[in-house]
Design a protein around this ligand. Structure first.
Ligand SMILES: [Mg+2]
Length: 258
Protein backbone atom coordinates (compact mmCIF):
# COMPACT_ATOMS: atom_id res chain seq x y z
CA UNK A 1 0.00 0.00 0.00
CA UNK A 2 1.25 3.44 -0.86
CA UNK A 3 0.65 6.31 1.53
CA UNK A 4 -1.94 8.97 0.75
CA UNK A 5 1.02 11.30 1.06
CA UNK A 6 1.79 10.64 -2.62
CA UNK A 7 -1.64 11.81 -3.73
CA UNK A 8 -1.63 14.75 -1.32
CA UNK A 9 1.83 15.92 -2.36
CA UNK A 10 0.87 15.62 -6.04
CA UNK A 11 -2.32 17.59 -5.53
CA UNK A 12 -0.58 20.44 -3.69
CA UNK A 13 2.44 20.73 -6.01
CA UNK A 14 2.52 23.26 -8.82
CA UNK A 15 5.63 21.79 -10.46
CA UNK A 16 5.93 18.04 -10.81
CA UNK A 17 8.46 15.67 -12.34
CA UNK A 18 7.38 12.17 -13.33
CA UNK A 19 10.09 9.75 -14.55
CA UNK A 20 8.84 6.43 -15.87
CA UNK A 21 10.54 3.32 -17.13
CA UNK A 22 8.53 1.50 -19.79
CA UNK A 23 9.02 -2.31 -20.00
CA UNK A 24 7.98 -4.10 -16.81
CA UNK A 25 6.82 -0.80 -15.29
CA UNK A 26 4.09 0.68 -17.50
CA UNK A 27 3.80 -2.38 -19.71
CA UNK A 28 3.90 -6.10 -18.95
CA UNK A 29 6.72 -8.02 -20.61
CA UNK A 30 6.01 -9.93 -23.81
CA UNK A 31 7.91 -12.95 -25.15
CA UNK A 32 9.53 -10.74 -27.77
CA UNK A 33 10.40 -7.08 -27.08
CA UNK A 34 8.74 -5.92 -30.32
CA UNK A 35 5.42 -7.36 -29.10
CA UNK A 36 5.30 -5.09 -26.04
CA UNK A 37 3.90 -2.05 -27.85
CA UNK A 38 1.96 0.41 -25.69
CA UNK A 39 -1.75 -0.24 -25.26
CA UNK A 40 -4.38 2.45 -25.70
CA UNK A 41 -4.69 2.54 -21.88
CA UNK A 42 -0.97 3.40 -21.53
CA UNK A 43 -1.14 6.04 -24.26
CA UNK A 44 -4.20 7.64 -22.63
CA UNK A 45 -2.48 7.71 -19.21
CA UNK A 46 0.65 9.34 -20.61
CA UNK A 47 -1.46 11.81 -22.56
CA UNK A 48 -3.48 12.74 -19.48
CA UNK A 49 -0.45 13.21 -17.23
CA UNK A 50 1.64 15.11 -19.76
CA UNK A 51 -1.17 17.45 -20.81
CA UNK A 52 -1.23 18.90 -17.26
CA UNK A 53 0.86 22.06 -17.62
CA UNK A 54 2.33 21.55 -14.14
CA UNK A 55 3.81 18.18 -15.10
CA UNK A 56 7.07 17.28 -16.80
CA UNK A 57 6.79 13.63 -17.81
CA UNK A 58 9.92 11.75 -18.85
CA UNK A 59 9.85 8.28 -20.35
CA UNK A 60 13.27 6.78 -19.59
CA UNK A 61 13.89 3.44 -21.29
CA UNK A 62 16.71 1.10 -22.27
CA UNK A 63 15.05 0.53 -25.62
CA UNK A 64 16.39 1.75 -28.94
CA UNK A 65 15.42 5.34 -29.66
CA UNK A 66 13.78 4.16 -32.86
CA UNK A 67 11.17 2.15 -30.86
CA UNK A 68 10.58 4.96 -28.41
CA UNK A 69 10.29 7.53 -31.20
CA UNK A 70 7.81 5.42 -33.16
CA UNK A 71 5.55 4.82 -30.17
CA UNK A 72 5.69 8.06 -28.20
CA UNK A 73 6.82 11.02 -30.31
CA UNK A 74 3.25 12.32 -30.72
CA UNK A 75 2.91 12.78 -26.94
CA UNK A 76 4.18 15.87 -25.07
CA UNK A 77 6.86 13.89 -23.20
CA UNK A 78 10.61 14.09 -22.76
CA UNK A 79 11.91 10.85 -24.26
CA UNK A 80 15.11 9.15 -23.12
CA UNK A 81 16.32 5.95 -24.81
CA UNK A 82 19.17 3.47 -24.56
CA UNK A 83 19.74 4.17 -20.83
CA UNK A 84 20.37 7.86 -21.40
CA UNK A 85 22.46 7.84 -24.56
CA UNK A 86 19.65 9.52 -26.52
CA UNK A 87 17.33 12.31 -25.35
CA UNK A 88 14.49 14.01 -27.16
CA UNK A 89 13.04 17.17 -25.68
CA UNK A 90 9.56 18.04 -26.81
CA UNK A 91 9.54 19.53 -30.35
CA UNK A 92 13.30 18.92 -30.71
CA UNK A 93 15.22 16.27 -32.65
CA UNK A 94 16.89 13.36 -30.86
CA UNK A 95 20.32 14.23 -29.46
CA UNK A 96 23.04 11.71 -28.55
CA UNK A 97 25.45 12.09 -25.62
CA UNK A 98 28.34 10.67 -27.59
CA UNK A 99 29.25 9.23 -30.94
CA UNK A 100 28.70 5.51 -31.04
CA UNK A 101 31.41 3.14 -32.20
CA UNK A 102 30.12 -0.40 -32.36
CA UNK A 103 33.42 -2.28 -32.93
CA UNK A 104 33.19 -3.58 -29.35
CA UNK A 105 30.14 -5.63 -30.24
CA UNK A 106 31.94 -8.11 -32.50
CA UNK A 107 33.86 -10.22 -29.93
CA UNK A 108 30.99 -10.05 -27.43
CA UNK A 109 28.44 -11.19 -29.97
CA UNK A 110 30.49 -14.35 -30.54
CA UNK A 111 30.42 -15.11 -26.81
CA UNK A 112 26.67 -14.45 -26.53
CA UNK A 113 25.95 -16.69 -29.49
CA UNK A 114 27.76 -19.56 -27.79
CA UNK A 115 25.02 -19.44 -25.12
CA UNK A 116 22.25 -20.04 -27.63
CA UNK A 117 23.00 -23.78 -27.80
CA UNK A 118 23.41 -24.17 -24.04
CA UNK A 119 20.10 -22.45 -23.29
CA UNK A 120 17.54 -23.39 -25.97
CA UNK A 121 14.95 -20.71 -26.80
CA UNK A 122 17.24 -17.94 -25.59
CA UNK A 123 18.13 -15.29 -28.16
CA UNK A 124 20.37 -12.29 -28.74
CA UNK A 125 18.88 -8.87 -29.45
CA UNK A 126 21.21 -6.43 -31.21
CA UNK A 127 20.16 -2.92 -30.25
CA UNK A 128 21.67 0.28 -31.67
CA UNK A 129 24.19 0.65 -28.87
CA UNK A 130 23.84 -2.46 -26.76
CA UNK A 131 23.53 -6.24 -26.92
CA UNK A 132 20.97 -8.20 -24.94
CA UNK A 133 20.80 -11.92 -24.20
CA UNK A 134 17.16 -12.82 -23.46
CA UNK A 135 16.17 -16.05 -21.69
CA UNK A 136 12.51 -15.38 -20.78
CA UNK A 137 11.33 -18.13 -23.14
CA UNK A 138 13.78 -20.82 -21.96
CA UNK A 139 11.98 -23.94 -20.65
CA UNK A 140 14.61 -24.56 -17.95
CA UNK A 141 14.71 -21.27 -16.02
CA UNK A 142 17.04 -22.63 -13.33
CA UNK A 143 19.65 -23.57 -15.93
CA UNK A 144 19.13 -20.26 -17.73
CA UNK A 145 19.64 -18.23 -14.53
CA UNK A 146 22.83 -20.19 -13.74
CA UNK A 147 24.11 -19.57 -17.24
CA UNK A 148 23.24 -15.88 -16.93
CA UNK A 149 25.45 -15.62 -13.83
CA UNK A 150 28.24 -17.43 -15.68
CA UNK A 151 27.82 -15.10 -18.66
CA UNK A 152 28.12 -11.99 -16.48
CA UNK A 153 31.49 -13.26 -15.20
CA UNK A 154 32.68 -14.15 -18.72
CA UNK A 155 31.66 -10.71 -20.02
CA UNK A 156 33.49 -8.93 -17.21
CA UNK A 157 36.80 -10.14 -18.72
CA UNK A 158 36.15 -7.86 -21.72
CA UNK A 159 36.54 -4.84 -19.45
CA UNK A 160 40.30 -5.14 -19.93
CA UNK A 161 39.83 -4.17 -23.59
CA UNK A 162 36.79 -1.94 -23.08
CA UNK A 163 37.00 -0.20 -19.66
CA UNK A 164 33.63 1.56 -20.17
CA UNK A 165 31.80 -1.71 -20.75
CA UNK A 166 28.72 -2.07 -18.56
CA UNK A 167 27.24 -5.51 -17.94
CA UNK A 168 23.68 -5.19 -16.64
CA UNK A 169 21.83 -8.31 -15.50
CA UNK A 170 18.09 -7.63 -15.63
CA UNK A 171 14.72 -9.35 -15.64
CA UNK A 172 15.47 -12.57 -17.66
CA UNK A 173 18.09 -10.67 -19.61
CA UNK A 174 21.77 -9.76 -19.57
CA UNK A 175 22.40 -6.44 -21.30
CA UNK A 176 25.80 -5.05 -22.28
CA UNK A 177 26.54 -1.48 -23.32
CA UNK A 178 29.53 0.80 -23.63
CA UNK A 179 29.73 4.17 -21.87
CA UNK A 180 29.52 5.65 -18.40
CA UNK A 181 26.00 7.07 -18.83
CA UNK A 182 23.05 5.51 -17.04
CA UNK A 183 19.42 6.29 -16.25
CA UNK A 184 20.51 8.30 -13.20
CA UNK A 185 23.16 10.48 -14.86
CA UNK A 186 20.87 11.39 -17.76
CA UNK A 187 18.13 12.61 -15.40
CA UNK A 188 20.45 14.87 -13.39
CA UNK A 189 19.42 18.10 -15.23
CA UNK A 190 15.84 17.50 -14.05
CA UNK A 191 16.70 16.14 -10.60
CA UNK A 192 18.76 19.31 -9.99
CA UNK A 193 15.66 21.48 -10.46
CA UNK A 194 13.36 22.37 -7.62
CA UNK A 195 10.23 20.35 -8.38
CA UNK A 196 7.61 20.19 -5.63
CA UNK A 197 6.74 16.59 -6.46
CA UNK A 198 9.00 13.94 -7.98
CA UNK A 199 7.81 10.44 -8.90
CA UNK A 200 10.24 7.82 -10.23
CA UNK A 201 9.03 4.35 -11.20
CA UNK A 202 11.04 1.39 -12.52
CA UNK A 203 11.25 -2.37 -12.24
CA UNK A 204 14.78 -3.41 -13.06
CA UNK A 205 18.46 -3.17 -12.19
CA UNK A 206 19.11 -0.17 -14.45
CA UNK A 207 16.28 1.74 -12.75
CA UNK A 208 18.19 1.64 -9.46
CA UNK A 209 20.42 4.39 -10.92
CA UNK A 210 17.31 6.61 -11.18
CA UNK A 211 16.24 5.82 -7.62
CA UNK A 212 19.69 6.63 -6.25
CA UNK A 213 20.06 9.86 -8.25
CA UNK A 214 16.60 11.23 -7.37
CA UNK A 215 16.48 14.12 -4.86
CA UNK A 216 16.45 12.85 -1.28
CA UNK A 217 13.49 14.66 0.24
CA UNK A 218 9.94 14.02 1.39
CA UNK A 219 8.47 15.19 -1.94
CA UNK A 220 10.31 12.48 -3.89
CA UNK A 221 8.57 9.15 -4.33
CA UNK A 222 10.70 6.37 -5.78
CA UNK A 223 8.75 3.19 -6.50
CA UNK A 224 10.08 -0.23 -7.48
CA UNK A 225 7.62 -2.26 -9.53
CA UNK A 226 7.72 -5.96 -8.70
CA UNK A 227 9.61 -7.94 -6.06
CA UNK A 228 13.25 -7.64 -5.08
CA UNK A 229 15.58 -5.47 -3.07
CA UNK A 230 15.69 -1.85 -4.19
CA UNK A 231 16.93 1.61 -3.28
CA UNK A 232 13.35 2.82 -3.94
CA UNK A 233 11.26 4.00 -0.96
CA UNK A 234 8.12 2.14 -2.02
CA UNK A 235 7.06 -0.99 -3.87
CA UNK A 236 4.11 -1.78 -6.12
CA UNK A 237 3.33 -5.33 -7.22
CA UNK A 238 3.16 -5.04 -10.99
CA UNK A 239 2.42 -2.78 -14.00
CA UNK A 240 -1.31 -2.99 -13.24
CA UNK A 241 -0.69 -1.34 -9.86
CA UNK A 242 1.68 1.19 -11.47
CA UNK A 243 -0.96 2.18 -14.04
CA UNK A 244 -3.58 2.39 -11.29
CA UNK A 245 -1.47 4.91 -9.37
CA UNK A 246 -0.88 6.99 -12.52
CA UNK A 247 -4.62 6.91 -13.23
CA UNK A 248 -5.31 8.24 -9.72
CA UNK A 249 -2.81 11.05 -10.26
CA UNK A 250 -4.24 11.94 -13.65
CA UNK A 251 -7.74 12.13 -12.13
CA UNK A 252 -6.41 14.64 -9.58
CA UNK A 253 -4.99 16.70 -12.46
CA UNK A 254 -8.29 16.53 -14.28
CA UNK A 255 -10.32 17.48 -11.18
CA UNK A 256 -8.13 20.50 -10.41
CA UNK A 257 -8.66 21.87 -13.93
CA UNK A 258 -12.45 21.66 -13.86
MG1 LIG B 1 11.96 -2.01 -17.13
Amino acid sequence: MLPDQILNTYQNACSRLICLDYDGTLREFADLPAAAAPTSEIMALLQALSSDGNNTVILCSGRDYTDIDLWFRQLPLVLIAEHGLWTKQQNQPWAALAKTDNAWKVPLLALLQSYLQTVPASFVETKNTSLVWHYRQAADQVLAATKATELVVALSHFKQDFPDLQVMPGNKIVEIKLGSHNKGTCLKPWFDQDYHFVLVMGDDTTDEDMFKAAPANASTFTIKIGPGHSAARFHLADPVAARDLLAQLSRLSHASHQ
